[in-house]
Design a protein around this ligand. Structure first.
Ligand SMILES: *[C@@H]1O[C@H](CO)[C@@H](O)[C@H](O)[C@H]1NC(C)=O
Ligand SMILES: *[C@@H]1O[C@H](CO)[C@@H](O)[C@H](O)[C@H]1NC(C)=O
Ligand SMILES: *[C@@H]1O[C@H](CO)[C@@H](O)[C@H](O)[C@H]1NC(C)=O
Ligand SMILES: *[C@@H]1O[C@H](CO)[C@@H](O)[C@H](O)[C@H]1NC(C)=O
Length: 265
C-alpha cells in the first residue's frame, strides 16, 4: 500500500532542546567565507539499496537542503545475490542490492551473528579518501552501523572524525556480537538528529525511540513524521533538518573563528 503524504494531515512531534551557540560578530570577509561553508554529509544507505538508489530516494530532501549541505553517497562493501526480504519498502528497483553485513547474513533476522566487522574500517577509509565530512547520515541498516560507529568512536576505537549524526529509522543492533559495543560512556555525546515514521513497519517507532535514548538528551533532536520506512522530502521535515544543520554550521564556523583567533594571538 502506498500512502501519499499529501493525503495525510502532516504532523511532526519535535523534541528540540537546542542550546544555540551563535558565533561572535564577524568581519565582512569572514561572513563571506561563512556563507560558502556548506556542510559535507556522508550518507549510508539501507539494506538492499545502493548509492544510486538511496541518492534517488532522498532527492527531494537533498534539493531542499542544497544551500546548506552537500551529500556524498557511497556503496556498502557487500553485494547480496538473492535478497529474500519480501516486505522491505526501500529495496533497490535497479542496480545492485547491497548490505553493510557480510553476505552470509543475507537475511533480515534478529539472529545475525557476524556482520559489520569489515564495514568499520571501510568507513574509516572513506572518511580518509573522500572526507573530511562534517556529519554522517545513516538510513535503517546504515543507521544501525552508524550507531555502532558512534559507540566505537566514544571509546576511541574508530579512527575518523565527524561532528554530528543523523539517523533515519535508526535502531540498536540485535546482533549478539555487538552487544558490548553499546557499553559506552553513557550517554553518547554527539549532536544527533533522529528521524522516524509513525507508520514504519520495518523498524517500528519503539526501536527508534529506544535507540535515541543512547544519546545525550541536551544534544539530541527528534523529528517524527506520519510516513513509513523512508526519509520524506516533505517541507516540514526539511525545516527541522535546516534548523538542526544551521546550528551545526554555526558551531563549525565558531570553531574555525576560535581556532584562527587563537592562532593569531
Ligand atoms: C529513481 O527514481 C525513479 C522514480 O521513482 C525510478 O523510476 C528510477 O528507476 C530510480 N533510479 C534509480 C537508479 O534507482
Ligand atoms: C555508485 O554506484 C555506481 C553503479 O553501481 C558505481 O559505479 C559507483 O562506483 C558507486 N559509487 C560509489 C561512491 O560507491
Ligand atoms: C532466491 O531465494 C528464494 C527464497 O529462498 C528462492 O525461492 C529463489 O529461487 C532464489 N533465487 C535465486 C536466483 O537464487
Ligand atoms: C566480528 O566482530 C565481533 C565483535 O568484535 C566478533 O565477536 C566476531 O567474531 C567477528 N566476526 C567475524 C566473522 O570476524
Amino acid at each position: 500500500m502506498i500512502i501519499s503524504l499529501e493525503s495525510l494531515s502532516f504532523f511532526l512531534i519535535l523534541g528540540f532542546s537546542i542550546t544555540l551557540a551563535y558565533p561572535k560578530r564577524s568581519t565582512t570577509s569572514e561572513k563571506k567565507s561563512m556563507s560558502h561553508q556548506k556542510l559535507r554529509i556522508l550518507c549510508l544507505h539501507g539494506l538492499g539499496q545502493n548509492n544510486q538508489t538511496f541518492r534517488n530516494k532522498t532527492g527531494s530532501m537533498r534539493k531542499r537542503l542544497k544551500s546548506l549541505a552537500e551529500f556524498t553517497y557511497i556503496d556498502s562493501p557487500y553485494t547480496i545475490a538473492n535478497l529474500s526480504i519480501s516486505n522491505l519498502e526501500d529495496i533497490a528497483e535497479s542496480g545492485e542490492q547491497r548490505s553493510w553485513f557480510h553476505p552470509q547474513d543475507d537475511r533480515y533476522s534478529e539472529n545475525i551473528v557476524t556482520g559489520f566487522n569489515d564495514s568499520f574500517p571501510y568507513i574509516e577509509e572513506v572518511i580518509k579518501s573522500k572526507g573530511p565530512f562534517d556529519g554522517i547520515l545513516g538510513f535503517s541498516q546504515g543507521a544501525e552501523l552508524l550507531g555502532l560507529i558512534c559507540c566505537l568512536k566514544s571509546k576511541n576505537l574508530f579512527q575518523g572524525d565527524f561532528k554530528f549524526v543523523i539517523f533515519v529509522s535508526g535502531f540498536k543492533s540485535h546482533c549478539p556480537a555487538y552487544k558490548d559495543h553499546y557499553c559506552v560512556p553513557n550517554p553518547i555525546r554527539i549532536p544527533s538528529l533522529h528521524v522516524w515514521g509513525e507508520g514504519d513497519k520495518i523498524i517500528v517507532k519503539e526501536r527508534s525511540e529506544a535507540f535515541m535514548e543512547l544519546f545525550d538528551h541536551s544534544t539530541r533532536h527528534k523529528v517524527v513524521h506520519p510516513g513509513g520506512h523512508f526519509l520524506p522530502g516533505h517541507v516540514n521535515v526539511a525545516a527541522e533538518f535546516k534548523k538542526f544543520l544551521t546550528v551545526q554550521q554555526q558551531q563549525q564556523q565558531q570553531l574555525l573563528v576560535t581556532t584562527s583567533t587563537s592562532t593569531n594571538q
